[in-house]
Design a protein around this ligand. Structure first.
Ligand SMILES: *Cc1c(COP(=O)(O)O)cnc(C)c1O
Length: 339
């Protein structure tokens, strides 16, 4: 893979905005470079554009260098940036598994990039050969998601490896649900695959969907392009501080994940006892894809009782399926009772 040949020419040539905080690094007595209000209130100064303190903490946890991390406004930000860096509108295309996370396709449309969906097998497993058959010389990005949303299953490692080794473009593995699975993260394989980008997020297991902070992990060279294209101050100081503090509470996160996994096993066993339920798909995530007798009608009946599920009816391979997040033990009991 020649990375430079995958980058849009305008991005390759881009002189990024150089902000005040980029130009001077170090200790100083007087900061009169950024037109801020000088009176201290904790937030009157612009934040670190590269979020180094937070990245150092994340880097230790994940076993990578801080320069291999990009932080975004949710992982939705790096998803959009991947198109803006690697896909020339109306020229390059992206290939993705289907069903999968909707934002890959929405961001392709926003960026005017052709989005080629390749169906998974009927048990939601990945067939690398079939996916690769959709690739042509204009394909710059392949989207994989493991554990996959909305199916919940991990994708087979060997099939992903086939794609990483035989495709000359960028391969994204979205690991938003990695904390709920027993599988090793693809972050540990970054040194072996220079074309790999791994996405993770603080929105799911870490319990911080409200603060909007996602992560992209890749080679230092790929991350340098993210840094060129992103907004200079894309992660505000409140978020940097809050995430940093929550990262010290690993035990709390682990114990909540433990409860969610136990509840998942319980729901997996109990849901099929309802005569409305046809099948509960196996899950490596914090949700279950449940095939029911009539998804639109069950969705409406549950909504009437104040229970909101996610209908995936009309999505590839998901006819009559509802996606149900594992809630608190109390929430799960209410759902079971009503269903
Ligand atoms: C929820 C989800 C995300 C979005 O994460 P944010 O960090 O909240 O933007 C990304 N990918 C998948 C597959 C998801 O399910």
């Amino acid at each position: 893979m020649k990375l430079k040949e995958l980058i849009r020419p305008n991005i390759l040539a881009l002189a990024p905005y150089s902000c005040a905080r980029d130009e001077f690094k170090g200790e100083a007595r007087v900061f009169v470079d950024a037109n801020e209000n000088p009176f201290q209130n904790g937030y009157n100064r612009y934040p670190d554009p590269l979020q180094l303190a937070l990245k150092e903490k994340i880097a230790k946890m994940k076993g990578v260098k801080p320069t291999q991390i990009m932080l975004g406004n949710g992982s939705d930000e790096p998803i959009d940036l991947i198109y803006r860096i690697f896909c020339e509108p109306k020229n390059n295309n992206a290939v993705a598994i289907a069903p999968s996370y909707g934002m890959y396709g929405v961001c392709a449309d926003i960026n005017n990039v052709e989005y080629r969906k390749v169906s998974l097998n009927s048990d939601f497993s990945l067939d690398a050969e079939r996916l690769l058959a959709a690739v042509d010389e204009k394909t710059h990005v392949i989207w994989l998601c493991s554990p996959n949303n909305p199916s919940g299953n991990l994708l087979n490692r060997t099939e992903i490896e086939k794609i990483l080794t035989s495709f000359g473009g960028i391969v994204v593995v979205d690991e938003a649900y990695q904390d709920f699975s027993a599988e090793e993260s693809w972050i540990n394989s970054l040194d072996r695959y220079p074309n790999l980008i791994v996405l993770q997020t603080f929105s799911k297991a870490w319990g911080m969907a409200g603060v909007r902070c996602g992560m992209a992990f890749a080679s230092e060279e790929i991350i340098s392009y993210f840094n060129k294209v992103k907004y200079p101050y894309n992660i505000n100081l409140l978020t940097q501080e809050f995430v940093s503090r929550r990262l010290d509470l690993v035990a709390e996160k682990e114990s909540q994940v433990g409860i969610i996994l136990r509840e998942r096993a319980m729901m997996q066993e109990m849901l099929p006892k309802s005569k409305r339920v046809r099948k509960v798909h196996p899950s490596d995530a914090n949700f279950l894809l449940v095939e029911v007798d009539n998804a639109p009608s069950l969705y409406a009946e549950l909504a009437d009782k104040g229970i909101v599920t996610r209908s995936r009816h009309n999505v590839t391979l998901c006819n009559n399926c509802l996606r149900i997040t594992i809630g608190t033990p109390e929430e799960n009991q209410i759902l079971l009772k009503e269903i």
